[in-house]
Design a protein around this ligand. Structure first.
Ligand SMILES: *Cc1c(COP(=O)(O)O)cnc(C)c1O
Length: 227
Protein backbone atom coordinates (compact mmCIF):
# COMPACT_ATOMS: atom_id res chain seq x y z
CA UNK A 1 0.00 0.00 0.00
CA UNK A 2 2.82 2.39 0.81
CA UNK A 3 4.63 1.44 -2.38
CA UNK A 4 1.45 2.21 -4.33
CA UNK A 5 1.11 5.68 -2.84
CA UNK A 6 4.81 6.31 -3.42
CA UNK A 7 4.44 5.41 -7.09
CA UNK A 8 1.41 7.72 -7.41
CA UNK A 9 3.35 10.59 -5.87
CA UNK A 10 6.35 9.88 -8.07
CA UNK A 11 4.29 9.84 -11.28
CA UNK A 12 2.56 13.07 -10.30
CA UNK A 13 5.98 14.63 -9.70
CA UNK A 14 7.19 13.42 -13.11
CA UNK A 15 4.07 14.85 -14.79
CA UNK A 16 4.65 18.14 -13.01
CA UNK A 17 8.34 18.23 -14.02
CA UNK A 18 7.46 17.44 -17.63
CA UNK A 19 4.95 20.33 -17.62
CA UNK A 20 7.74 22.65 -16.51
CA UNK A 21 10.39 21.23 -18.85
CA UNK A 22 8.20 21.53 -21.93
CA UNK A 23 6.60 24.88 -21.16
CA UNK A 24 3.16 23.49 -20.40
CA UNK A 25 0.84 25.27 -17.97
CA UNK A 26 0.96 23.92 -14.46
CA UNK A 27 -1.87 21.44 -13.93
CA UNK A 28 -2.70 21.23 -17.64
CA UNK A 29 -2.01 17.47 -17.76
CA UNK A 30 -4.45 15.16 -15.99
CA UNK A 31 -3.51 11.71 -14.71
CA UNK A 32 -5.94 8.94 -15.61
CA UNK A 33 -5.10 5.90 -13.46
CA UNK A 34 -5.70 2.80 -15.57
CA UNK A 35 -7.07 0.23 -13.15
CA UNK A 36 -7.77 -2.73 -15.46
CA UNK A 37 -6.98 -6.03 -13.74
CA UNK A 38 -6.17 -4.18 -10.52
CA UNK A 39 -7.99 -4.97 -7.28
CA UNK A 40 -10.55 -2.75 -5.58
CA UNK A 41 -8.24 -2.37 -2.58
CA UNK A 42 -5.64 -0.66 -4.78
CA UNK A 43 -8.23 1.69 -6.26
CA UNK A 44 -9.40 2.58 -2.74
CA UNK A 45 -5.84 3.33 -1.67
CA UNK A 46 -5.45 5.74 -4.58
CA UNK A 47 -8.80 7.40 -3.84
CA UNK A 48 -7.63 8.03 -0.28
CA UNK A 49 -4.52 9.63 -1.79
CA UNK A 50 -6.68 11.98 -3.88
CA UNK A 51 -6.89 10.17 -7.24
CA UNK A 52 -10.47 10.18 -8.59
CA UNK A 53 -10.23 9.43 -12.30
CA UNK A 54 -9.86 5.81 -13.33
CA UNK A 55 -9.74 4.06 -16.69
CA UNK A 56 -11.09 0.58 -17.42
CA UNK A 57 -10.92 -1.57 -20.58
CA UNK A 58 -13.47 -4.30 -19.91
CA UNK A 59 -17.11 -3.64 -19.08
CA UNK A 60 -17.60 -6.95 -17.30
CA UNK A 61 -14.66 -6.16 -15.02
CA UNK A 62 -15.59 -2.52 -14.49
CA UNK A 63 -19.25 -2.92 -13.49
CA UNK A 64 -18.66 -4.86 -10.24
CA UNK A 65 -15.91 -2.41 -9.29
CA UNK A 66 -18.27 0.51 -9.89
CA UNK A 67 -20.94 -1.09 -7.79
CA UNK A 68 -18.63 -1.74 -4.84
CA UNK A 69 -17.17 1.76 -5.09
CA UNK A 70 -20.48 3.50 -5.77
CA UNK A 71 -20.23 5.62 -2.62
CA UNK A 72 -17.01 7.23 -3.95
CA UNK A 73 -17.00 10.15 -6.33
CA UNK A 74 -15.00 8.45 -9.05
CA UNK A 75 -15.00 9.57 -12.66
CA UNK A 76 -14.84 6.42 -14.81
CA UNK A 77 -13.29 6.46 -18.28
CA UNK A 78 -13.83 3.66 -20.78
CA UNK A 79 -10.60 3.14 -22.75
CA UNK A 80 -11.03 -0.37 -24.16
CA UNK A 81 -12.35 -1.81 -27.38
CA UNK A 82 -16.05 -1.07 -27.75
CA UNK A 83 -18.22 -4.14 -28.35
CA UNK A 84 -21.74 -3.46 -29.61
CA UNK A 85 -23.41 -5.61 -26.98
CA UNK A 86 -21.69 -3.60 -24.20
CA UNK A 87 -22.77 -0.20 -25.48
CA UNK A 88 -25.84 0.18 -23.22
CA UNK A 89 -23.64 -0.45 -20.16
CA UNK A 90 -20.88 1.87 -21.38
CA UNK A 91 -23.39 4.62 -22.12
CA UNK A 92 -24.98 4.27 -18.71
CA UNK A 93 -22.05 3.81 -16.33
CA UNK A 94 -19.09 5.75 -17.70
CA UNK A 95 -18.44 9.51 -17.91
CA UNK A 96 -15.88 9.28 -20.72
CA UNK A 97 -15.16 7.09 -23.73
CA UNK A 98 -11.66 7.44 -25.22
CA UNK A 99 -11.79 4.69 -27.81
CA UNK A 100 -14.52 5.67 -30.25
CA UNK A 101 -13.73 4.71 -33.85
CA UNK A 102 -17.10 3.83 -35.35
CA UNK A 103 -20.05 6.09 -36.20
CA UNK A 104 -22.38 3.17 -35.67
CA UNK A 105 -21.10 2.90 -32.13
CA UNK A 106 -21.47 6.66 -31.67
CA UNK A 107 -25.09 6.50 -32.72
CA UNK A 108 -25.83 3.67 -30.29
CA UNK A 109 -23.95 5.33 -27.43
CA UNK A 110 -25.96 8.49 -28.04
CA UNK A 111 -29.19 6.53 -28.06
CA UNK A 112 -28.45 4.72 -24.79
CA UNK A 113 -26.96 7.66 -22.89
CA UNK A 114 -29.67 8.64 -20.40
CA UNK A 115 -31.04 12.11 -21.11
CA UNK A 116 -30.97 12.81 -17.38
CA UNK A 117 -27.19 12.29 -17.28
CA UNK A 118 -24.47 14.71 -18.33
CA UNK A 119 -23.51 14.18 -21.95
CA UNK A 120 -20.99 11.37 -22.43
CA UNK A 121 -17.51 12.85 -23.00
CA UNK A 122 -15.98 11.42 -26.17
CA UNK A 123 -12.54 11.13 -27.69
CA UNK A 124 -12.00 9.86 -31.21
CA UNK A 125 -9.34 7.19 -31.39
CA UNK A 126 -7.09 8.05 -34.33
CA UNK A 127 -4.97 5.65 -36.35
CA UNK A 128 -1.84 7.40 -37.64
CA UNK A 129 0.21 4.26 -38.19
CA UNK A 130 -1.75 2.24 -40.71
CA UNK A 131 0.84 -0.51 -40.89
CA UNK A 132 0.26 -1.62 -37.32
CA UNK A 133 -3.41 -2.49 -38.03
CA UNK A 134 -4.44 -0.69 -34.89
CA UNK A 135 -8.00 0.34 -34.35
CA UNK A 136 -8.87 3.96 -34.88
CA UNK A 137 -10.24 6.37 -37.44
CA UNK A 138 -7.89 7.00 -40.38
CA UNK A 139 -6.39 10.49 -40.41
CA UNK A 140 -8.19 11.44 -43.64
CA UNK A 141 -11.59 10.63 -42.06
CA UNK A 142 -11.27 12.38 -38.72
CA UNK A 143 -12.72 15.77 -39.70
CA UNK A 144 -15.95 14.31 -41.12
CA UNK A 145 -16.19 11.91 -38.19
CA UNK A 146 -15.80 14.76 -35.70
CA UNK A 147 -18.37 16.95 -37.45
CA UNK A 148 -20.86 14.11 -37.34
CA UNK A 149 -20.42 13.66 -33.59
CA UNK A 150 -21.49 17.25 -32.96
CA UNK A 151 -25.04 16.23 -33.93
CA UNK A 152 -25.75 14.20 -30.81
CA UNK A 153 -27.03 16.11 -27.76
CA UNK A 154 -26.20 13.21 -25.40
CA UNK A 155 -22.55 13.09 -26.53
CA UNK A 156 -19.93 15.78 -25.97
CA UNK A 157 -16.95 15.59 -28.29
CA UNK A 158 -13.84 16.47 -26.27
CA UNK A 159 -10.83 15.41 -28.28
CA UNK A 160 -8.54 12.85 -29.82
CA UNK A 161 -6.90 9.73 -28.45
CA UNK A 162 -4.05 7.61 -29.73
CA UNK A 163 -2.60 4.25 -28.80
CA UNK A 164 0.58 4.19 -30.90
CA UNK A 165 2.82 1.26 -31.64
CA UNK A 166 5.54 0.92 -29.01
CA UNK A 167 8.56 3.04 -29.96
CA UNK A 168 11.67 2.69 -27.87
CA UNK A 169 13.28 5.99 -28.67
CA UNK A 170 11.86 9.31 -27.65
CA UNK A 171 12.09 10.93 -31.10
CA UNK A 172 9.83 8.27 -32.60
CA UNK A 173 7.42 8.57 -29.68
CA UNK A 174 7.31 12.35 -30.07
CA UNK A 175 6.87 12.22 -33.84
CA UNK A 176 3.55 10.34 -33.60
CA UNK A 177 2.28 12.47 -30.72
CA UNK A 178 3.23 15.60 -32.63
CA UNK A 179 1.20 14.46 -35.64
CA UNK A 180 -1.83 14.05 -33.40
CA UNK A 181 -1.26 17.50 -31.90
CA UNK A 182 -1.13 19.06 -35.38
CA UNK A 183 -4.39 17.32 -36.29
CA UNK A 184 -5.95 18.56 -33.03
CA UNK A 185 -4.99 22.16 -33.85
CA UNK A 186 -6.25 21.87 -37.42
CA UNK A 187 -9.64 20.61 -36.22
CA UNK A 188 -9.87 23.50 -33.78
CA UNK A 189 -9.07 25.91 -36.61
CA UNK A 190 -11.81 24.27 -38.68
CA UNK A 191 -14.30 25.11 -35.95
CA UNK A 192 -14.47 21.80 -34.04
CA UNK A 193 -14.37 22.64 -30.33
CA UNK A 194 -11.82 20.32 -28.70
CA UNK A 195 -10.00 20.55 -25.37
CA UNK A 196 -8.57 17.05 -24.84
CA UNK A 197 -5.59 15.12 -26.19
CA UNK A 198 -5.54 11.67 -24.60
CA UNK A 199 -2.06 10.33 -25.26
CA UNK A 200 0.83 8.81 -23.34
CA UNK A 201 1.09 5.67 -21.18
CA UNK A 202 3.60 4.37 -18.64
CA UNK A 203 6.47 4.10 -21.12
CA UNK A 204 5.96 7.30 -23.12
CA UNK A 205 3.93 9.83 -21.12
CA UNK A 206 6.74 12.39 -20.92
CA UNK A 207 7.06 12.44 -24.73
CA UNK A 208 3.26 12.89 -24.90
CA UNK A 209 3.36 15.81 -22.45
CA UNK A 210 6.12 17.40 -24.53
CA UNK A 211 3.75 17.27 -27.51
CA UNK A 212 0.62 18.60 -25.83
CA UNK A 213 -1.16 15.73 -24.04
CA UNK A 214 -3.89 16.87 -21.65
CA UNK A 215 -4.69 13.37 -20.30
CA UNK A 216 -2.07 10.67 -19.77
CA UNK A 217 -3.39 7.12 -19.23
CA UNK A 218 -1.08 5.34 -16.83
CA UNK A 219 -1.48 1.81 -15.50
CA UNK A 220 1.64 -0.14 -14.57
CA UNK A 221 3.76 2.85 -13.57
CA UNK A 222 1.21 3.64 -10.85
CA UNK A 223 -0.23 0.25 -9.88
CA UNK A 224 2.75 -1.99 -10.64
CA UNK A 225 2.58 -4.92 -13.04
CA UNK A 226 -0.82 -6.36 -13.94
CA UNK A 227 -1.60 -9.96 -13.07
C1 LIG B 1 -3.72 -0.60 -20.56
C2 LIG B 1 -3.87 0.71 -21.22
C3 LIG B 1 -3.18 1.85 -20.76
C4 LIG B 1 -2.18 1.82 -19.63
O1 LIG B 1 -1.03 1.12 -20.00
P1 LIG B 1 0.27 1.07 -19.08
O2 LIG B 1 1.35 0.70 -20.03
O3 LIG B 1 0.03 0.05 -18.04
O4 LIG B 1 0.48 2.42 -18.51
C5 LIG B 1 -3.42 3.05 -21.41
N1 LIG B 1 -4.27 3.15 -22.45
C6 LIG B 1 -4.94 2.08 -22.91
C7 LIG B 1 -5.87 2.26 -24.06
C8 LIG B 1 -4.74 0.82 -22.33
O5 LIG B 1 -5.41 -0.23 -22.83
Amino acid sequence: MRALIERLVKIKDLIHSAEQTYGRDEGSVKLLAVSKSQPISAIKTLIDAGQYEFGENYVQEALPKMQILSDQRIIWHFIGRIQSNKIPAIATHFSWVHSLDSLKHAEKLAEYRPISAEPLNMCIQVNLEQESQKRGVAASQVFEFAKHLLNYPTLRLRGLMILPAVHENVEDQRRVFHQLFVMYQQLQQQGIPLDTLSMGMSHDFEAAIAEGATIVRIGTAVFGMRE
